[in-house]
Write a protein that binds this ligand. Sequence first.
Ligand SMILES: Cc1ncc(COP(=O)(O)O)c(C=O)c1O
Length: 309
Amino acid sequence: MSFFKNIKTENIELKLPFLKDDGFEIFMKREDLIHPIISGNKFRKLKYNIEKFKKNKNSTLITFGGAYSNHLLAVSYIAKIENINSIAFVRGDELGVLPLNSTLQRCFDNGMVFKFISREKYRFRNDSDFLKNLSSKYNNAFIIPEGGTNDLGILGCEEILTLRDKNFFDVICVPVGSGGTFSGLINSSLKKQKILGFSALKNSNIINVINKFVNKNNWELIDEDLFGGYAKSNQNLIHFINKFYNDSNIKLDPIYNSKMIFKILKIIKQNKWIYGKKILIVNTGGLQSVESFNKTLKNKKCATINYSL
Ligand SMILES: Cc1ncc(COP(=O)(O)O)c(C=O)c1O
């Protein structure tokens, strides 16, 4: 039986004390509960890519990612259970001589082969000549771009919203990395809905990427309050993550979802929320990164996140 079934995830209402009387109805779509490793958008983005891989009878999966990448771990996991060879081009050749962090160690244990490349070379990951070379070198390989963001990945993300979500919610919020999940939500939304993307990193090209994939303009990208940038944090964020867990019993990842929710609540608290009050927050999972994150925090003698996967 295929790992990738058609699924609908549950929406749960967030009953945070300060929102009580303001007329907000805030729900979280628990995509994070789909699977501990292939959680949230990873499941959505790999679904049709793996289907195509099998249909094409390709021999090897090749993909790209950074040291904490949820995407690499998800690809290595599906490759293991489907008995597929997987190769990852990892950003940062310095990582090749360091002990593997827990994300990369898990990928390795799943049988993934690493090619560590310099940050300069990594910039060419979507370049057509670079990809052509790769295809001729790795004969019969199926290449999935970084983050799983391609037409097939986006098609999978178009399945996140149900008909009820489209009819009920004014605003859909989602974290943004490579832009695929956001694009899928935009494509499947109704024009009257607003889709808000919360960037996990500054990327001056992301708007062009999104525009390439979407067919509507009912969206806005928010890229402030990044806590120093991709995978960076400070005591405020860690405190927020731990408090949110205490208040709601929901574990947030430190790279994407926690920063999005921090920002949403900040805008609301400042009375600057200019969108509708029926809000759906898509929790895209990614909890596997907590372990590596906590190790880094511990080494810096900083407070850590009170939970793991
Ligand atoms: C947990 C998690 N949430 C959100 C994102 C961002 O998704 P996208 O790359 O489709 O923008 C990622 C990265 O892929 C992720 O791992």
